[in-house]
Design a protein around this ligand. Structure first.
Ligand SMILES: [Zn+2]
Length: 204
């Protein structure tokens, strides 16, 4: 293990090295319904310092920050509602459309605020789907590619994949099947570390 790990986020020394498994999810649209395929991607290491992790948790746990971001679409809808009201010809159509857009905007605001409240409380208390480990994975994902070719990438700490008891929870957080998690855990257990690090997923 290197003595001085440099944080990938801030570049300061004294970071911790986190081995992470990449999961690739490919959605194939053939036949009646889309099929999802999951595969293990690269196993990599990312160094992060505790102050960057704390800052990330503090930022994600702050409801105001999230709400401002979430208001983008409702505000657009509200502008549309006002626009329709002023531009429309027929009185009834004008009011109906205006009420429809306005109501829609309000419904989104209410449900988004509820979701954000629940989420930020979970983040601050480290409960539910937002444990500290999950937040480390989120921060790592923010610094790593989201996609590879057609595959969506998810990042899960090796330590969590190795802990069978967490597989149900990982499944809830990322939708990775428990069967796939068990397979990857088995692979990591029997494969020498050098080989794991050298392994590259084949491009399909
Ligand atoms: Zn840092």
């Amino acid at each position: 293990m290197p003595e001085q790990c440099i944080c990938k986020k801030c570049g300061n020394a004294g970071a911790t090295d986190y081995p992470i498994v990449t999961f690739r999810t490919m959605t194939v649209h053939s036949g009646r319904k889309p099929q999802k395929y999951q595969a293990m991607g690269e196993v990599l290491s990312i160094s992060l310092c505790s102050s960057c992790i704390d800052a990330w948790i503090a930022m994600r746990g702050e409801p105001k920050h999230q709400i401002v971001k979430a208001l983008k679409y409702p505000v657009l809808l509200a502008i549309l509602a006002v626009g329709v009201h002023f531009l429309g010809q027929n009185d009834i159509v004008r009011w109906v459309m205006c009420a429809l857009f306005g109501g829609f905007a309000l419904a989104i605001v209410v449900s988004e605020i509820k979701r954000i409240r629940r989420e930020t409380t979970e983040i601050r208390t480290g409960n539910g789907n937002f444990s500290r480990d999950h937040m480390i994975e989120e921060l790592a994902a923010s610094l790593l590619p989201r996609k590879h070719a057609d595959a969506h990438l998810s990042y899960v700490l090796c330590a969590r994949v190795m802990d069978e008891k967490q597989h149900g929870q990982i499944n809830r957080e990322y939708g990775i099947s428990k069967k796939k998690l068990a397979q990857v855990r088995q692979y990591l257990m029997v494969t020498p570390e050098v080989e794991v690090k050298a392994w590259k997923p084949t491009n399909r």
